[in-house]
Structure formats: structure tokens, C-alpha cells
Design a protein around this ligand. Sequence first.
Ligand code: HEC
Length: 170
Amino acid sequence: MKKITLITLALAFNALALTPEAEKGKTAIAACMACHNAELSPALAPPFYGVQNKYKQAFSDKDMFVQAISDWAKNPSLEKSLMKRPVKKLGLMPAMPLPDEMLAQIGAYLYEEEFEPPCTHWANDLKNSTGSQAQGRGKEMGQGKGHGRGMGQGGNHDAMIRMKYNQLCK
Ligand code: HEC
């Protein structure tokens, strides 16, 4: 009887608290925050709020998610990238070859944390959207066929950000 109460308590608690692994990741992720700080303007990297969303869509299983984060940090590549727009705007992330144990902790933290919506980042994004679209188009023209697609994506992206901003930040 006691045991069951304890397990129930542990489960209820678990929904709120980070696992010890993720708790360590919360400290270790300082190594990533120089760029992934959502308050930076101009942004140097996508906020982890969006990174988590993307990676959870692709890897719903926690082990796969953690593995993907770890693989990415050791060796970022265009083929592996799930965030094409940030890559285009900011360039590919440099490798962060931290020890495996640390990357697993960071991965666990990225999976478990409930990040605040990056309202400042979104607001800046919307404020700068006209300029960045023009920039994106210029770059894409250099690569060839991307002209029309770039404009369309820019528009959809802005509309999506505006919707999220209105829903979560006002
Ligand atoms: C020097 C700046 C910098 C640091 C430090 C940095 N990142 Fe990044 N990160 C970026 C940029 C820029 C992007 C967006 C471009 C890209 O995806 O390559 C990015 C994107 C990502 C993505 C999404 C990749 C994709 O395109 O699918 C993940 C995951 C990520 N970072 C994890 C980390 C982790 C974990 C750390 C710390 C171990 C870290 N980053 C440290 C700059 C940085």
C-alpha cells in the first residue's frame, strides 16, 4: 500500500520536475546559450523552444531525440538539419564536440524542459521580416531556382510567427 502511494507520488512529481539527468543538462547547456539565448538581437541561433518543437515532431521517442541532439552537436550538417530557415539565415552551427555524457544530459534537458515562448525573439523576427526576406531572396537567387519559393516561405513564416505571437505573448 505504502509502495503504491510512493510510486503514485513519484509519477505525479515526475510530470513537473526534471530528471536528475536533465537537471545536469540544465547546467551544461550554458555551453550552448552564448548563441541560443532567445533574448539576443540580432539572434545568433534559433531559441530552444523552436528547436525542441522541431525535434519532438521528428523524434517523439526520448532516446531518439537525445541521440539526434547529440549527433547534431558533434557534427552538424546540411543533410541532418531540420531547421532549414535558420541555417539559411545564420549559417550552419559549428560543431560542439562535448563529452557524450554531457551531450546526453543536454539532450535530456532539451526534451524535458517546458521552455517559455520566445516572445522577444518572435517580436524581433516580425520587426525585421521585410529586411530578412529581401536578404533571403538575394541569397536564394544566387543559388538558382529559389526566388518564388523564398518569397512564399517568408510570407508563411511571418504569418505563423504572428499567429504564435498573438496566441502566446499577448
Ligand atoms: C556559435 C553559436 C552556437 C552555439 C555555441 C551552439 N549553437 Fe546550436 N545552432 C546555432 C545556429 C546558428 C543554428 C541554426 C543553424 C543550423 O541549424 O545549423 C543552430 C541550430 C541548432 C539545432 C537545430 C539544428 C537543425 O538545423 O536541425 C540544434 C539541435 C542545436 N543548435 C543544438 C545546440 C546545442 C545542444 C548546443 C550546445 C552543445 C549548441 N547548439 C550550441 C549556433 C550555435
